[in-house]
Design a binder for this molecule. Structure first.
Ligand code: URA
Length: 259
């Protein structure tokens, strides 16, 4: 990349306007190669120089990919007409102007949500043809029944006659009311409606993986992390569901889905 003004570079990759960048630089909050730069019109080479705002690095990459551990009570939208949005949880130095949640979780659902400004990637990920598997953990109102395993696998019919693609469900070890579910599609309230169709009720629902990307245990509720290139690629890979269930049962059975 050729030389670019520091304020232009930062304002294109964050929510900060050029005037805010100027102010932050004046306060010594912007570093280039570890040294505070007070003049925001300084020219830099983002390919060769490391820029940080408030200690957080601003990369030279074209698009940004954020993984949010969504808490309950936030809507997956950029428009706050239905309540506070997940966008408000992304710190300004991680946020760019064109970012949006790539995918949906209900307002009362938790877990892994990708937020990006890469429209083409989001389109590829969300296309019904892509069938990217997503794994959820649910806390049920009543005990899990083994008959759910076949019912989910045999294209369950929902209340309105809609047919689901085959899905997989497994109870967690040592727990009668926790289960993992793997879906290859995303109908409206799908998991809640699937359990309603078999006579149960979902009390809490959390997405724990998208493709091959597992929500890291260390990412607390409401926290965001920037994804590296290899993590973004893993969104298009698959996990072995049975292997996932045995590996992550101990992690999640100790885990309280209560919020
Ligand atoms: N299924 C649901 O019912 N809700 C979600 O948020 C995701 C999947």
């Amino acid at each position: 990349m050729s030389l670019i003004r520091l304020d232009k570079f930062i304002s294109e990759r964050t929510e900060y306007s050029r005037s805010t960048v100027k102010e932050l630089a004046r306060k010594g909050k912007i570093n280039v190669d570890g040294t505070p730069v007070k003049a925001s019109d300084t020219k830099i080479d983002p390919d060769k120089q490391a820029v940080t705002v408030d200690g957080r690095s601003i990369g030279a990459q074209k698009f940004r990919y954020i993984l949010l551990n969504k808490p309950q009570g936030y809507v997956c939208s950029t428009d706050d007409k239905d309540g506070e949005t997940v966008m408000s949880l992304v710190p300004p130095e991680m946020r760019t102007k064109n970012m949006f949640p790539a995918g949906r979780l209900d307002k009362d659902s938790l877990g892994a949500l990708l937020i990006t400004d890469d429209g083409a990637l989001a389109h590829r990920m969300l296309s019904p043809k892509s069938h990217i598997p997503k794994i959820y953990i649910v806390k049920l109102d009543r005990s899990f029944k083994n008959e759910y395993i076949n019912k989910f696998n045999e294209s369950l019919l929902l209340d309105n006659g809609e047919q689901c693609l085959p899905a997989r469900v497994r109870p967690l070890e040592n727990s009668s009311k926790l289960a993992f579910v793997e879906l290859h599609e995303g109908k409206y309230h799908q998991i809640k409606r699937m359990f309603a169709a078999v006579g149960n009720h979902v009390e809490v629902l959390m997405r724990v993986s998208i493709g091959g990307l597992v929500l890291p245990e260390k990412l607390g509720k409401g926290q965001c992390m920037e994804l590296l290139h290899k993590d973004v690629e893993s969104l298009f890979q698959n996990l072995d569901f049975d292997d996932f269930c045995s590996r992550f049962s101990p992690v999640f059975s100790a885990f309280h889905l209560n919020n």
